[in-house]
Design a protein around this ligand. Structure first.
Ligand code: GDP
Ligand code: IMO
Ligand code: MG
Length: 434
């Protein structure tokens, strides 16, 4: 049958930083093509192996495996400066990159003036700021939807420079109208003009790489029988439609985003790997029902090294939120569950998990529409802690009873078995369901 070979999807079920990069890297030997479908340099995906550590922002996490093709899809927004910096940090030569990295000509560009506008927007919001990574994501997607964005493919056309100048002028006017002082702006340590020059240099380097029609490329790969994994960025609770709007990112982070961000028909989606941490974190503003403001939150932050991979900001920490997880499983049609960072809970005498919420005196097991965060309280269940050396185990089934109870509690609530449990940041610290 024509569409029998399907692409699998891996995405975050919480507020991002669930460990997507690590798990994509672990799963890549099963795949011949890994494709990013949305987001941009707001993402920071960490990979650790052989005592080396890499943080990827735009490049798919299959890049370190020989023979794996890596695709940046049409749904991604691309900043040539950051992209180039990232390429430099990988230490991969041009010959290898030309064989393994493919970029959609339909991917939209993040212009330096999009970053300026991101800063101006946040500045004007005052206390209501989103807590954006300030990488220009919102303004770049805004231009895409407003049909005045710029795509990678058009950068080689004769009208490119003129359109660039027009967009820049419009963005500068908008930033000034918001009362933003452009002289104050620092982009990667540079003023606007210096950054702009470096940005154009980055663009010239991108021209040396493979530009493709990624929808044709990926569908052809599936027709040829290749195994394809679509890699999500951010997480379900940051989705533009289903996250805690307006404290979200500007793309569809859910499984449906893989269809629009790669040109895959829904009938071409196979397994959906949903990944979550054994607790919750959030970076930036917005409601977070299980957030901890006490020593437990500090313990999680310290033990989990919860500082942003892209911005270095301390992440807000809280207990695992099961109603939110269940909602995310529903939105994505998750077929395989992955839990990371169980090692971080190791050694805690007791901890808690949220099983429902209380809102205006009523118990509910979902977030009420347009709820007022200060009126919502998590209903917390106590969990007895454990203290084991997790290094010797080979499969999920072998894990000791105390930890199994926590897994059982989650599986029962969500209605899916755990496929992978991660016990540390390294590639090797990964247990499978056997
Ligand atoms: P991503 O954005 O989803 O790829 O996640 P990040 O890389 O931003 O954040 C996850 C962090 O946790 C990184 O520093 C990873 O190296 C680390 N990590 C991943 N899995 C585990 C795990 O099981 N245990 C611990 N302790 N750290 C992990
Ligand atoms: P990965 O892929 C965690 C958050 C920001 C902010 C909001 C909007 O590493 O999981 P944006 O820059 O998109 O305008 O920011 O979303 N955010 C992330 N938080 N992980 C991410 O990506 C994130 N990307 C954006 O902190 O609250
Ligand atoms: Mg991250």
């Amino acid at each position: 049958m024509r569409f029998e070979n399907k692409a699998d999807v891996l995405l975050g079920l919480q507020w991002g930083d669930e460990g997507k990069g690590k798990i994509v890297d672990v799963l890549t030997p099963r795949y011949q093509l890994v494709a990013r479908f949305q987001g941009g340099p707001n993402a920071g995906h960490t990979l650790e192996f052989e005592n080396k550590k890499f943080i990827l922002h735009t490049i798919p996490s299959g890049i370190f495996h020989d023979g794996c093709q890596n695709v940046i899809g049409n749904g991604v927004v691309l900043d040539p400066f950051i992209f180039n910096q990232e390429l430099d940090s990988l230490g991969l030569d041009m010959a290898r990159l030309r064989k393994s990295l493919f970029i959609s000509g339909k991917a939209h560009l993040i212009l330096p003036s999009h970053r300026l506008l991101d800063a101006a927007n946040e500045h004007s919001r005052g206390k209501q700021k989103i807590g954006s990574t300030l990488k220009g994501i919102g303004p770049a997607y805004t231009d895409k939807i407003a049909r005045c964005g710029m795509r990678l493919a058009e950068t080689l056309s004769p009208g490119f420079r003129q359109k660039y100048e027009e967009r820049k002028k419009a963005h500068l006017t908008m930033a000034r109208n918001l009362g933003y002082n452009i002289e104050e702006l620092r982009l990667e340590g540079m003023g606007f003009e210096a950054y702009e020059a470096a940005w154009f240099q980055g663009l010239e380097n991108i021209w040396k790489l493979n530009q493709i029609e990624s929808e044709i490329f990926v569908n052809q790969a599936l027709d040829d029988g290749l195994k394809v994994l679509a890699e999500g960025a951010q997480g379900t609770q940051l989705d533009i439609d289903f996250g805690s709007y307006p404290f979200v990112t500007s793309s569809n982070t859910i499984a449906a985003g893989a269809c629009t961000g790669l040109g895959l028909a829904p009938s071409r989606i196979g397994e959906v790997y949903g990944i979550f941490k054994a607790y919750c974190t959030r970076v930036g503003s917005g409601p977070f029902p299980t957030e901890l403001f006490n020593g437990d939150g500090d313990k999680l932050r310290e033990a989990g090294n919860e500082f942003g991979s892209t911005t270095g900001r301390p992440r807000r920490c809280g207990w695992l939120d099961l109603p939110a997880l269940k909602y995310a499983v529903m939105l994505n049609g998750v077929t395989k569950l992955i839990m990371t960072k169980v090692d971080v809970l190791n050694g805690m005498k007791n901890f808690k998990v949220c099983t429902a919420y209380e809102y205006e005196g009523r118990r509910v097991n979902y977030l009420p529409p347009d709820y007022e965060p200060h009126k919502l309280k998590p209903v917390l269940q106590n969990v007895k802690g454990w203290d084991f050396d997790l290094s010797g185990y080979k499969s999920i089934q072998e894990l000791p009873a105390g930890l199994q109870e926590y897994l059982n509690l989650i599986e029962a609530h969500v209605g899916l078995p755990m496929e992978i449990v991660s016990t540390g940041p390294d590639r090797s610290q990964t247990l499978f369901n056997q």
